[in-house]
Design a protein around this ligand. Structure first.
Ligand SMILES: Nc1nc2c(ncn2[C@@H]2O[C@H](COP(=O)(O)OP(=O)(O)OP(=O)(O)O)[C@@H](O)[C@H]2O)c(=O)[nH]1
Ligand SMILES: [Mg+2]
Length: 317
């Protein structure tokens, strides 16, 4: 496949084209990903999540600059928040991050979190494969800390930076609600503002209570992305975390788990497609919903009957 060779050679237009293919779920996607797969596994995939406005994009911006100084090729995938109210912020992001886009060794792409069966992980996971095969050393994935995408980011990345800022008032509540699990490295950004040190102490306190066994590796860093402070220290903490993770086999384990999830996702997607095609779901779903609405069947009875038909037809029953 010509496209594969171009991607392996780092051709930016081919990379962009390939990401569109996986995003739009085009037929060529499967062959492409399978051909790229053996060339993957070299990039470090870093998730960045945290509340809206905590400075994630500004931080990524500064991390790009630092990593370029270190001679690394850097890619960024920014997952658009699905809320239409964030339109301005997204545009701001694009413009802000765009100043690196034409620089050699930096690739930036935004992706929609909407419209993918199984949330962001399918399409984004495949986009990561494209970038990994294209020999980017570091791939940042920025998502806004809202619900499902937060959890998915753990699945598709090697390490997650959870960005927190002083002054939101509900940080610790958020931490208690399980967000703590998501972050591997906690970044207290906006350390130039009041309350940053206090927040750091609080985060460390919560980490100490929750930390046991393997979780001991979690650390807390302080940055001011705006003033470009603490960036090198953050990268050092990151390196330390990743070194530890790879030397104790954790990274490999994490990546294998990711493949397990991928297999599950592909199975669900494929089976869904097949059943959907056979049952002509698009055509009949509204009719069935009517039946259920008017109490003719319960949803389980209806679906069980349809699936039984499908299995019989394929001599599986
Ligand atoms: N004082 C201060 N302001 C900062 C710092 N980092 C970022 N900001 C400001 O915070 C605002 C939000 O920054 P963004 O980088 O867009 O934050 P974000 O987390 O990417 O925002 P969303 O993508 O919309 O969730 C901007 O006005 C930044 O200039 C910092 O370290 N200190
Ligand atoms: Mg942002």
């Amino acid at each position: 496949m010509e496209l594969v060779n171009k991607i392996l050679n780092g051709d930016i237009r081919s990379i962009a084209h390939a990401i569109s293919l996986v995003e739009d779920n085009q037929q060529e996607k499967e062959k492409l990903i399978d051909l790229l797969y053996p060339h993957c596994g070299n990039a470090l995939i870093i998730g960045i999540t945290g509340p809206p406005g905590s400075g994630k994009s500004t931080l990524v911006d500064k991390l790009i600059i630092q990593e370029r100084k270190n001679g690394k090729k850097v890619a960024v995938i920014a997952i658009d928040p699905s809320s239409p109210f964030s339109g301005g912020a997204i545009l701001g992001d694009r413009i802000r991050m765009q100043k690196h886009a034409t620089e050699h060794g930096v690739f930036i792409r935004s992706m929609a979190s909407r419209g993918h069966l199984g949330g962001i992980s399918g399409a984004t996971g495949n986009a990561i494969k494209v970038l990994d095969a294209a020999k980017f050393d570091v791939i940042f994935v920025e998502t806004m800390g809202v619900g499902q995408t937060e959890i998915e980011i753990v699945e598709i990345t090697d390490v997650v930076l959870l960005v927190l800022v002083p002054g939101l008032g509900d940080e610790i509540q958020a931490l208690k609600a399980g967000v703590m699990e998501i972050g591997n490295i906690f970044v207290i950004n906006k350390k130039d503002l009041d309350g940053a040190q206090k927040l750091k102490t609080e985060v460390e306190y919560v980490l100490n209570i929750n930390n046991s066994g393997a979780d001991k590796s979690k650390s807390v860093a302080m940055t001011s992305a705006k003033l470009n402070e603490g960036i090198e220290e953050l990268l050092m903490a990151l390196e330390e975390y990743v070194d530890k993770l790879s030397s104790n086999g954790g990274l490999q384990q994490k990546r294998k788990k990711r493949i397990e999830k991928e297999i599950q996702k592909i199975i669900i997607e494929k089976v869904y497609e097949k059943v959907n095609y056979y049952l002509k779901l698009d055509q009949f779903i509204s009719e069935w919903a009517d039946d259920i609405f008017y109490g003719k069947y319960g949803p389980y009875t209806l679906v069980n009957d349809k699936i039984k038909l499908f299995l019989k037809e394929h001599s599986l029953l």
